[in-house]
Design a protein around this ligand. Structure first.
Ligand code: SF4
Length: 336
């Protein structure tokens, strides 16, 4: 009963898509997550870039797709140990249950950077300093605020930052900021928005166009400069000190709301499993065998990896990567 063709650890977008694809190959899959619900970090976003589609609708579709007799879903299940015995994988949960499979896919995803670690921005101290994840609740209407007169976005929070030990670019926060500035302008048309950036990385299809629209149609101001400090004012606003690096001059801005664009780190689960199996890289993500030729495989036979447990990816990239991993796993099973 506890034996499967594949165990997938993580029921976020990658795990869901991989499970759906394997089930359609008529493979028996066990999909496990520590959370009480499926979807992982997709649950944190209201609308997705670059087309403002609903994350809930996507999640509903993914959920419908795994409603398949070949998929067994186990939520609230914390895997504490993974072992390989005679080419079979065993995963044991915190209640002592052990599950067996010929293959295993790690889809443990990413964690959002904890903004408390950037003390100079005052997250958790000043109530008008929030993160991009907090902003989604305002944009969805779950949390209401008064119309702000000025809002400042700060990019690269917890990414490209030696001080916090993350030299990497999180890849998605530039375009996410553009999406959020547009949504905020639609909600509060009279609000002035300033976006402080180091570089703008619009790498994906339609991203550059959206960035242009945010300036031309919505009047969002992009300022090249790093904010060094945020301090409170007597009237419950905050003052940002920055340097405009294009004009080479210091700058001060008083804002009612500051949005920290938090980056993507390897998740706690990814780090724990990666360490246990000795398959992670220096940033804590799981290392695939070969980025070009075998990007779904790990150095351990029968153990595969997909999605943001490998590196930062957008949701469409994650989906494609999950399909690829499922095809590779199915091919592997065919060879046995
Ligand atoms: S995507 Fe943009 S905001 Fe995010 S880390 Fe890279 S440069 Fe910074």
């Amino acid at each position: 009963m506890n034996t499967f063709d594949s165990i997938i650890i993580g029921a976020g977008p990658a795990g869901l898509k991989a499970a759906d694809t394997l089930a359609n190959f008529n493979r028996k899959v066990l999909l496990i997550d520590t959370d009480a619900k499926i979807g992982g970090k997709l649950n944190l976003w209201d609308r997705l870039f670059p087309d403002f589609s609903s994350s809930q609708e996507l999640l509903n579709q993914l959920s419908k797709n795994i409603n398949n007799e070949n998929v067994t879903l186990k939520l609230n299940t914390n895997i504490i140990s993974i072992k390989n015995n005679d080419n079979h994988w065993m995963a044991t949960d915190s209640n002592g249950n052990t599950f067996y499979a010929t293959t295993m896919i790690i889809a443990t995803g990413f964690d959002v950077f904890d903004a408390h670690r950037k003390e100079e921005y005052g997250y958790g101290i000043y109530k008008n300093v929030i993160t991009s994840v907090d902003l989604e609740k305002i944009l969805s209407g779950e949390v209401s605020i008064e119309t702000p007169s000025k809002v400042a976005f700060i990019q690269c929070v917890g990414s490209r930052d030696e001080k916090v030990g993350n030299n990497f670019c999180s890849k998605n926060c530039c375009i996410c900021a553009v999406k959020q500035t547009i949504e905020l302008k639609e909600k509060f048309p009279l609000t002035d928005i300033y976006c402080f950036y180091m570089d703008l990385r619009m790498f994906g299809q339609s991203y550059e166009e959206l960035y242009r629209r945010s300036q031309q149609d919505y009047g969002v101001n992009f300022v090249r400069g790093r904010v060094s400090e945020i301090s409170p004012t007597m009237d419950n606003k905050v003052v940002l000190k920055a340097e405009d690096t294009l004009l080479s001059r210091p700058l001060k801005l008083t804002a009612d709301l500051v949005v920290l664009m938090v980056g993507m780190e390897a998740s706690k689960g990814t780090k724990i499993l990666g360490n246990q199996l000795n398959i992670n890289n220096t940033d804590g993500f799981v290392k695939s065998t070969d980025r070009y030729l075998s990007d779904s495989e790990t150095t351990l036979k029968g153990l595969f990896v997909t999605g943001t447990s490998k590196r930062q990816m957008s949701i469409p990239e994650t989906m494609n990567d999950a399909v690829n991993a499922a095809v590779i796993v199915n091919n592997f099973l065919n060879t046995l």
